[in-house]
Ligand binder design. Structure first.
Ligand code: ARG
Length: 315
């Protein structure tokens, strides 16, 4: 698993991994975060009730614990515009972007924590959560019930859909589940994703090709190595802006539509705080703004890989 730590020393991560999510309790993080939650709750109550809430929260409110004191450590997989990707700036440097990243920053600010982002391939996001090495996984995660043993899910913050994608030249050939369900047809899906499940459910006889990154899948489709692929609809639409040869041929039904944040399991205080922040971001127009900005940036130049240890584009 390739892994890049942004603004986070390896030693710190290892210490955090050992401590486990929420195992590294600290007075400062806890107080700041509890106050943030208590303040929001109090605002919607009468002043008498608010006084009670505050009194209770100093004594009995659940403490907000994170893997590293004062930080919110978030795993993501930046191969997924407009959710998360590297936008190439005017100076040619790639910078982490996307509405998941903007929401991550919003939540960290809201909770009074410093944001640390860990970038890995998508299956790595799942395992970082499973090993409790990070607090959150924000990667356009579908709240798949099969994942409930290794993470908790926040409320939904975005609704998307699923598609079958090919290239324009093949759009008349690979235009139905029947047409792609043949051993000679190669069908891609990202490793660890629900798109893999969709591939095996809808095209079990096809030559299913699991790849670590959605950007690898797009490259294979464009080069003609792969015939079709299961991809999140808004991601397919976003890469279509850079590669108009891509064609969405089918809407693929899926019953857990929408994205949630994966929260390190059994950290109820953090889950509640994250849900409160999501509620605010949806309510105050921030989420809408993050989505518009991400779509705008994603139509520009994107870097399609992870960065190396010194933050450079990998060749
Ligand atoms: N929604 C799908 C899932 O949860 C795919 C997510 C992939 N995310 C990414 N950043 N590549 O399985």
């Amino acid at each position: 698993m390739k892994k890049k730590l942004l603004a986070l020393g390896l030693a710190a991560t290892m210490a955090a991994s050992l401590a486990g999510c929420g195992g590294n309790k600290t007075a400062e993080t806890t107080t700041a975060a509890t106050e943030a939650v208590a303040t929001t709750e109090a605002a919607s109550e009468t002043s008498a009730e608010a006084a009670d809430t505050e009194a209770e929260s100093t004594e009995a409110a659940p403490e907000l614990l994170t893997v590293t004191q004062g930080k919110l450590t978030v795993a993501t997989s930046p191969d997924f515009a407009p959710y998360e990707f590297y936008a190439i700036g005017e100076d040619g440097t790639p910078a982490l972007a996307g509405f998941d990243m903007a929401l991550a920053q919003y939540i960290a600010d809201d909770l009074g924590l410093e944001l640390e982002v860990v970038t890995v391939d998508f299956d790595g996001v799942l395992s970082e959560l499973q090993t409790k090495s990070v607090d959150l996984g924000m990667a356009g995660l579908s709240p798949d019930p099969k994942r409930e043993g290794i993470m908790d899910f926040s409320d939904l913050y975005y609704i998307g859909g699923q598609s079958l994608v090919t290239v324009k030249a093949n759009a008349d050939t690979y235009n139905s589940f029947e047409a792609i369900n043949k051993p000679e047809v190669s069908v891609g899906a990202q490793i660890g994703s629900i798109q893999m499940d969709l591939a095996t459910a809808n095209s079990p006889d096809a030559d299913i090709v699991p790849l670590p990154k959605v950007t690898d899948i797009i490259a294979e489709l464009l080069s003609g190595k792969m015939d079709a692929a299961y991809i999140e609809t808004d991601v397919a639409k976003s890469y279509q802006k850079n590669y108009p040869e891509l064609e969405i041929v089918l809407d693929v039904p899926y019953d857990q539509e929408g994205s949630a944040i994966g929260v390190c399991k059994d950290n109820e205080g953090l889950l509640a705080a994250v849900n409160a922040s999501i509620g605010k971001a949806l309510e105050d127009g921030s989420m809408e703004k993050f989505i518009a900005e991400a779509n705008e940036l994603a139509s520009g130049e994107k870097y399609e890989g992870l960065l190396d240890e010194s933050g450079q584009v990998q060749q």
